[in-house]
Design a protein around this ligand. Structure first.
Ligand code: P6P
Length: 335
């Protein structure tokens, strides 16, 4: 008898809920709704180019970046799914200046807040380059039943209860952690389910890939210039010279390195003096995944998850991936 044992995302979420004796299914319900939103966004992305959904929407987000139509769509889909779950009392997203405060009484009772980049790398969509959605979940710190407040979204990254991303690539995958390891699910379009395909992902402690936009070379800090040169030198005793791989889409670059081993770098530079990536909905969730898979994530001198952000869209230099490669960057930056 052929073994058809498929573990869907919802099966897995329910199964893993048993790891938390006090769990009442609230986080499970929230994660399930995120999975549904991911399927809806995936459906639209797969049609991009065939229907009038690519291109920019003519509006700009709070970053001053022109919003792609899919950015706006993804933002609306995730916000609506989080509201509908009844477990989330508010959302911080890349597309909105301030946090979205849910005013519906059922939502204000929600135990969790979510920070999300609903469609990261969206400038790549028109050229059919993989993009992703990123999410980060915290328990609220303000009393349930009240309106969520800004401080709920500015917690230290180590307080995350769950984090994950969806990568809309050659296949669509959802990768997430609740603090007990990292698991990956691949969408089977024929049954419309995310199915467990990458159980207990462990990232190699060393890798042969470095991912950085070398076009910013002139602006790199001296320690990063030295590290990139170090990656390119031949050294029989190590894996060097490394291979350079950079897609310009955080989720895609990080996901490849997570599975194969490698390091992603986004240093500060002249155009982005504090770095480009945002702590709350890019660095923290990716850092949580990285650490939970045995990797590391740093701003060059401290653990990303130890930072307490002071604003929703605060940026940071960001180095994430194989543990020994992150350590090496910190060494070069300390010289
Ligand atoms: P650059 C996409 O716009 C993004 O936010 C990340 O997905 C990606 O890693 C980075 O910016 C790419 O930035 O400056 O190299 O184009």
């Amino acid at each position: 008898m052929k073994n058809y044992n498929i573990t869907t995302l919802n099966d897995f979420i329910t199964l893993k809920q048993k790891d938390f004796p006090y769990a009442k299914g609230e986080l499970s319900s929230l994660l399930t709704h995120i999975g549904t939103a991911a399927k809806m966004v995936n459906k639209k992305i797969n049609k991009a180019g065939l229907v009038d959904i690519i291109g920019n929407s003519g509006s700009v987000n709070i970053q001053g970046e022109s919003q792609q139509k899919l950015d706006v769509y993804a933002d609306e889909v995730f916000i609506n799914a989080l509201l509908t779950s009844g477990q989330c009392c508010g959302v911080a997203t890349e597309e909105n200046q301030s946090e979205i405060v849910f005013t519906e009484p059922f939502a204000q009772k929600g135990k969790y807040i979510v920070c999300t980049d609903p469609l990261d790398g969206s400038s790549n969509i028109d050229y059919n380059v993989s993009v992703g959605s990123i999410f980060s979940i915290y328990r609220r710190i303000t009393p349930r039943g009240e309106k969520v407040r800004n401080e709920d979204f500015l917690q230290e990254g180590s307080k995350q209860v769950a984090a994950g991303y969806i990568i809309y690539g050659s296949s669509t995958m959802l990768v997430y952690t609740t603090g007990n390891g990292v698991n990956g699910f691949t969408l089977d379009p024929s049954i419309g389910e995310f199915c467990l395909s990458h159980p207990e992902i462990k990232t190699p402690e060393d890798g042969r890939i470095y991912s950085v936009n070398e076009g910013n070379w002139v602006h790199f800090p001296p320690g990063i210039k030295k590290y990139v040169k170090y990656c390119q030198e031949k050294d029989a005793g190590t894996l060097r010279p490394y291979t350079s791989r950079y897609i310009g889409s955080l989720v895609s670059d990080f996901h490849r390195n997570l599975l194969k081993g490698g390091i992603f770098l986004y240093p500060e530079n002249e155009t982005a003096p504090k770095g480009k990536l945002r702590i709350v909905y890019e660095c923290n969730p990716i850092a949580f995944i990285s650490e939970q898979s045995g990797g590391a994530a740093s701003n060059g001198c401290e653990r990303i998850l130890s930072i307490t952000p002071s604003s929703l869209h605060q940026r940071s230099p960001f180095y994430a991936g194989s543990k020994n490669m992150v350590k090496k960057i910190e060494e070069f930056l300390s010289l």
